[in-house]
Design a protein around this ligand. Sequence first.
Ligand code: TPP
Length: 354
Amino acid sequence: MHSTTSDMRLGPLADPQLFNEPLDLGNGATDALLGYYRSMLKIRLAEEVVADLYVAGEVRCPCHLGIGQEAVAVGVSSALRPTDRVYGGHRSHSHYLAVGGNPAAMIAEIFGKGTGASAGMGGSMHLYAPEVGFHGSVPIVGATIPIAAGAALAAKMDGRGDVAVAYFGDGACEEGILHETLNMASVMRLPVLFVAENNLYSSHLDIKLRQPLDSVARFARANGVEAELVDGNDVVEVARAAERLVRASREGRGPGFIEAVTFRWRGHVGPNEDIDVGVRRSPDELAAWKGRDPIGRLRSALINAKRVAPDSFTLIEEEIRTELRDAVEAARAAPYPPEAALLDMVYANGGQTS
Ligand SMILES: Cc1ncc(C[n+]2csc(CCOP(=O)(O)OP(=O)(O)O)c2C)c(N)n1
């Protein structure tokens, strides 16, 4: 944890020259740490594949890549189980994959194929894998925050200790719905974890131009919701915070809020690094943030501590690349959904209007 309850600024966490060192692994089990590594690398490589497909003109679906932000979803997901109810937004490949969403279904969805996670009807911003606890992502910024609270109410009524999770960005914190939901979740002691990925930008606007203070955890504290400000590029730290807050929710102690400070390496949307269009994003800033690479920092720590032989990393990467290659081939070969099915998933009655 990097803050006290009175802090309202990110302070050193927003400085990309800091926190570049290998992670402090503490007494974390090597198997679990290697699991985080595998999961983060799968997300990274899957998004690189998507970016390449876009550049090649093979897919045309708008894709918001979260390359650089992988540790947030992987750390949070380490505290979750498949009966929990996770919701994302427009930049949710990592949220879907980290709970075990099938990469092949995600890639097929981006191709618009019938085998996709939403039967090819939604694309990158409408992922869905309820069998692993991912109950959907929606492109309307902030839209899934109250839905997660509703799912948390249902979980509370079910009484089995399940929790809901809402992922959103710092930009979504400027919408009234976050504040209304925090208030209600706090009053009703709902088992919901709010996860704000503060990547310092909303589209192309620096948070300093949008908010008087740059730490969004202040909104949680104003509503009596326990909040932790963490280095979002430190998967161990994110996992520790998630574990603590999720446990509290499961035990009936109400909602929690994680503010994970991170940075996306690519543009707001699309495959390019948008160093030229941001108000303040410069090549130097991006290069510095790449030095705070969540995957590289875990890998170095595991190697330095002699917990994992370097060969193991090669093997993991090969396995993931093979899985992704197969996923792309399957997506290419899959059929588009039939035109007659266009309205099947829009209305509860299958498109019948009378
Ligand atoms: C209600 C609504 N307003 C505006 C948009 C356009 N829009 C899409 S993403 C985005 C930026 C969101 O920023 P943030 O919440 O910080 O998430 P990030 O993109 O940084 O992951 C905006 C303004 C939208 N999709 N929905």
